[in-house]
Design a protein around this ligand. Structure first.
Ligand SMILES: NC(=O)c1ccc[n+]([C@@H]2O[C@H](COP(=O)([O-])OP(=O)(O)OC[C@H]3O[C@@H](n4cnc5c(N)ncnc54)[C@H](O)[C@@H]3O)[C@@H](O)[C@H]2O)c1
Length: 343
């Protein structure tokens, strides 16, 4: 089978993870091009990844007929225009999460991919993590009975970037970190969310309270599903102790816990009577193998002409739930997810 030529669009933090994978670890793919308007990021990426073509403008990159597939890892606000342009140039697309800014943008992107008969996969890499996949298999086998409740949390360590305090553009942690948890709940439950009630507050950045009164750094969301299952999601930014992603699935006769706060399977005991464990510092480390599997699955679904494991529809539904969760937080009431996104 032919090797697929890949272009990476966006060579920042998450982009370089995909870039390194595509350059060295993925069978059936060759990274041949990079695109980024930042000369510094582009140059550093080219030095490290050594590709044939570099572009500062994605429209130029998409004209290159040698490119079969693109990975879109730009800030979310640019996903829509780049994905639609790539689809119109018949390039297959892996787009990072969140798929876009709102549901209409997602629908336009899905339609463009369908119209041009190209694959559109969305970057929910937890679905490719070994432990999450094992948990899904156990749930589907019925070993814990019927799923009753799913709890999922994500805490990020870093101080928010200045633009994140404006939740009209960032959606705060519900969008930044919990879109992963929303996808996890949909995936494990095999059902759609029917209502969300969110509460939250700003506990770690009091200095921005006056300028950004709506900003919250911590959120708790209660969810119900169409088929009666229950859900709970917790999110937090700037927790400082490390990166924390854990999910618990409660069934009628068992439960599954996925995730751990430790970096390694290691505890150190010392003579002062303390036991220490290094904390997980970054998502890049925790999910490094999941990103490789995600990138390999993207290439495989093109080569085998199968449906991506995480579809544009999954991306759309996560964006929809982010918006419902945020509406609930702002209006201080339960919000019903009354109409589902169209496929
Ligand atoms: N799957 C995950 O867990 C995960 C983790 C981090 C980020 N992300 C997502 O990945 C995307 C990028 O986030 P990041 O943290 O890597 O951001 P970043 O700021 O580190 O990198 C973004 C890069 O895109 C470039 N860029 C900006 N406009 C562009 C354009 N028009 N064309 C090409 N490149 C352009 C920037 O110059 C920069 O190099 C976001 O959508 C984010 O939500 C996902």
């Amino acid at each position: 089978m032919e090797t697929l030529n890949v272009c990476l669009i966006g060579t920042g933090r998450a982009g370089m993870i995909h870039g390194r994978n595509m350059a060295k670890k993925i069978e059936g793919a060759k990274l041949i091009a990079l695109c980024d308007p930042s000369p510094e990021n582009l140059k550093n990426a080219q030095i490290e990844l050594g590709v044939e073509y570099i572009y500062t403008n994605y429209q130029e990159a998409l004209k290159n007929e040698e490119i079969d597939a693109v990975i879109v890892v730009t800030p979310t606000a640019y996903h829509k225009e780049i994905v639609i342009a790539a689809a119109n140039e018949k390039k297959h697309i892996l787009c990072e999460k969140p798929l876009a800014m709102d549901e209409q943008e997602c629908l336009d992107m899905i339609k463009a991919a369908d119209r041009n008969n190209v694959k559109l996969q969305v970057g929910f890499m937890r679905r490719f993590d070994e432990s999450f996949q094992e948990a899904k298999k156990i749930v589907d086998s019925g070993a814990i009975g019927d799923v009753v409740m799913i709890k999922s949390l994500t805490h990020g360590p870093s101080e928010p970037k200045p633009w994140m305090f404006d939740i009209s553009i960032s959606s705060g942690p519900i969008g930044e970190v919990n879109s992963h948890d929303l996808d996890t709940l949909r995936w494990f439950s095999g059902s759609e969310v029917s209502s969300i009630y969110s509460i939250g507050g700003n506990f770690r950045s009091p200095e921005v309270k006056e300028k950004f009164p709506d900003y919250y750094d911590t959120v708790a969301m209660n969810l119900t599903f169409d088929d009666g299952k229950l859900g709970f999601i917790e999110g937090a930014q700037y927790v400082q102790y490390g990166y924390d992603a854990r999910t618990e699935i409660l069934g009628t006769n068992g439960s599954i816990l996925v995730g751990d706060q430790g970096k390694h399977k290691l505890s150190i005991a010392t003579k002062d009577g303390e036991i220490k464990r290094p904390a997980m510092h970054s998502w890049t480390y925790l999910f490094k193998d999941a990103y490789v599997s995600e990138d390999q699955a993207f290439i495989d679904c093109i080569r085998n002409d199968t449906e991506p494991l995480v579809t544009g529809y999954d991306g759309l539904m996560a964006v929809k739930l982010v918006r419902v969760g945020l509406q609930s937080l702002q209006e201080k009431k339960i919000v019903l997810v009354d109409e589902k996104g169209e496929e």
